[in-house]
Design a binder for this molecule. Sequence first.
Ligand code: ADP
Ligand code: ADP
Length: 228
Amino acid sequence: MIQLFHVTKEYPGDGPALQDVSLEIDKGEFVFLTGASGAGKSTLLKLVFCDEPATSGQLLLFGKNVAKIRAGAVPYLRRNIGVVFQDFKLLPQRTVAENVALPLEVQALAAKEIRRRVKALLRSVGLEHRADKFPPSLSGGEQQRVAVARALAPDPALLLADEPTGNLDAERTLEVMELLNSANARGTTVVVATHDRSLLERYKRRVVVLDRGRLLSDGDSVRRAAGA
Ligand code: ADP
Ligand code: ADP
């Protein structure tokens, strides 16, 4: 599903944010991406989301070389990808329900079906009572859960989440992780960037560790997650 071959990413005027990273993530996997702040986690997710180009190396997504995908085709590719960004990127002038409905509206679903799905998604993140509110009036944790509901709405083939539990208390963290787990159980490939060690310990999943842009380790042993 995701293949990186010797991928390096340099931002102008900076050292490499990613350096010679090779990595494969298969369909159906659940992968934690971890490492200290500045390790390159967000950058890796941005490359996979075609938000930034790699400086060198190759990135294949769904078997396609992303460097060769026309800019016009990127939105179609992204329909298969749910994303939870650190800054949520919710539309402030749309209600919570409208935000969650957005990715469903590009699919040709009936209005009634969209309403039903949005309601079920908001219930699953404990935010049914916030459906008609606007995101700026919600707490950070609530906005984060709206972002998770929106990302999962279209049942994406791939979910990319950047610190999806970063603003949540322990109970909400478990709820969001359960949502990600059940999406994964339904077949969604999930990649979660986190520096929360307790998540890695609780959920025995594959852990990819980045350290200053380099791949430090890749495996399911938490003990190898140095620097996380
Ligand atoms: P993280 O918590 O993942 O380290 P950052 O706080 O580093 O996130 O980044 C937040 C946003 O700022 C991101 O969109 C990132 O691309 C951008 N950013 C991070 N570092 C720099 C930088 N040195 N110059 C410009 N933008 C940056
Ligand atoms: P992480 O998500 O692990 O905290 P990032 O991918 O945000 O790491 O950042 C990796 C490195 O790239 C950091 O040194 C950061 O300052 C730099 N960086 C990230 N985004 C940008 C940007 N848009 N412009 C310049 N430098 C950036």
